[in-house]
Write a protein of this length. Structure first.
Length: 119
């Protein structure tokens, strides 16, 4: 089955960002495919290197490794990121590539299931 994930909250706003990562791991381990992971609104903050507290998992690094290992597109809404001062052009070394709502819609059309993570 093909899934797409949408993350709407920053790491300090609850468990949504971390739950999305754990869900992605479980889906891949079960043999499912991830079409795309899209970070929108404050969710884009989960992809800023070093933004998580020292006692929390480094979600940016974790997503980057997962994306590299499995070839999953990790996109952050360009407008949402810019409004929050997040570079998505690769200059910060983060996991995210710039994304648009159009790209999200295309991925949703290719997906059999869509899971949204928000607190």
């Amino acid at each position: 089955m093909v899934f797409s994930l949408i993350v709407l909250n920053a790491p300090w706003q609850g468990q949504a960002a971390q739950s999305a990562y754990r869900c992605a791991q479980a889906l891949l381990a079960a043999g499912h495919a991830l079409r795309q992971v899209f970070f929108y609104g404050d969710g884009a903050l989960a992809l800023v290197p070093g933004v998580t507290a020292a006692d929390q998992p480094d979600l940016d690094r974790a997503w980057r490794e997962l994306a590299t290992r499995h070839g999953i597109p990790i996109l952050a809404c360009t407008t949402a990121a810019e409004r929050r001062g997040i570079p998505v052009d690769g200059s910060a070394g983060g996991a995210a590539r710039p994304g648009t709502l159009g790209q999200l819609m295309l991925a949703l059309g290719d997906s059999e299931r869509v899971l949204t993570f928000a607190d």
